[in-house]
Design a protein around this ligand. Structure first.
Ligand code: ADP
Length: 326
């Protein structure tokens, strides 16, 4: 049986829709199980700067439908130093916090892992990132909402692309992962996706054009994952202008649009399940694990696995996109 009496909760790194649903679930589940809860504002930065508040169930009322994070988020360079982490540890001690729930992406969980080892401190992580780039979980909190946002944007861009017979390159986020670009392309009926996982293997642009990807259509939309490896939408468009000048090319970079908005039902449910499971994990004396979901079952993924491994894309999806876009 766990000895945790007071749990701290923070969100860190890039915000993602569904983080609020996770904060709500963690808070309510902790209180339900007789623990106290402290909300830590602005991630590791707020921990060091003592931006900490006792949370009751009312603190998390009416937030499940809101994007962003009520706890705010920040990037914190001090936490990357042993001195900064010691300050953070002292604050946790001062506030009587004996376990931490950290919601964020790869960076947040890397920091959590180092801190947990350094101070033998129990931390449970929740994968909160629109990029879906954490290993050991089929999906991450915020990914489904971002995917839906991309789909809606591409639907709108298609109206213009079709009216003008244009070739559009739409850049989407992903931080070196092609999940949003590839599934966004399938969901929006785009003609192709250029993703970093494949960029090193072959020239996706040349292949698309050589295959006559535009033969049966007046307009085309190609989703490009932002990444140095793909060159981003601007890089790809520049190439087309030089190498295939017959195309009327346009670029649209969706940018921060993709992060915001009310979370989808899927993200709210995922965040709530993971939030409740995170407290169960602490009660079960689990520590230094990330909550994951595999085949609709909650699983515990050791930080070392979640962070260190590159999550592979499902290559069947490449064929699905190819076949469905002829
Ligand atoms: P994300 O969690 O979305 O990947 P970041 O990469 O910006 O976002 O990381 C969020 C925060 O996590 C950083 O500002 C820093 O405080 C902490 N962090 C990231 N990497 C490390 C590290 N190697 N050591 C300690 N803390 C880290």
């Amino acid at each position: 049986m766990s000895t945790v009496k007071c749990v701290g909760i923070l969100t860190s790194g890039g915000d993602a829709p569904g983080m609020n649903a996770a904060i709500r679930a963690v808070t309510r589940s902790a209180i339900y199980n007789g623990m106290r809860v402290k909300g830590i504002y602005r991630g590791y930065k707020g921990l060091i700067l003592d931006e900490i508040e006792e949370f009751k169930t009312q603190n998390v009322s009416n937030i499940i439908q809101r994007g962003g994070t009520i706890l705010k988020t920040a990037r914190c360079v001090e936490f990357k130093t042993p001195e900064g982490r010691k300050q953070a540890y002292d604050k946790l001690q001062e506030h009587g916090i004996d376990a931490l729930i950290a919601i964020g992406g790869d960076g947040t969980l890397t920091g959590a892992r180092i801190f947990a080892q350094e101070f033998n401190f129990p931390i449970v992580g929740l994968p909160g990132t629109i990029d879906n780039d954490l290993y050991g979980t089929d999906t991450t909190i915020g990914y489904d909402t971002a995917l839906n946002t991309i789909m809606e944007c591409v639907d709108k861009i298609r109206d213009t692309a079709t009216s003008h017979d244009r070739l559009f390159f739409v850049e989407v986020m992903g931080r070196d992962a092609g999940f949003l670009a590839l599934n966004g392309a399938i969901a929006s009926g785009a003609e192709a996706a250029i993703i970093p996982e494949i960029s090193l293997e072959k020239d996706q642009l040349a292949e698309m054009i050589e295959n006559g990807f535009r033969k049966s259509k007046n307009s085309s939309i190609v989703l490009v994952a932002e990444s140095e490896v793909t060159g981003g939408a601007m890089g790809v468009a520049e190439r087309v202008k030089k190498e295939y000048p017959q195309f009327d090319v346009r670029v649209s970079i969706l940018g921060h649009l993709q992060r915001g908005g009310s979370p989808t039902a899927q993200d709210r449910i995922l965040a709530t399940r993971m939030g409740v499971a995170a407290i169960d994990a602490l009660l079960d004396d689990q520590r230094n694990v990330m909550m994951g979901i595999q085949n609709d079952q909650i699983v515990y993924v050791p930080f070392s696995k979640a962070i260190k491994n590159d999550k592979p894309i499902n290559r069947d999806l490449l064929n699905t996109l190819r076949v469905s876009s002829i």
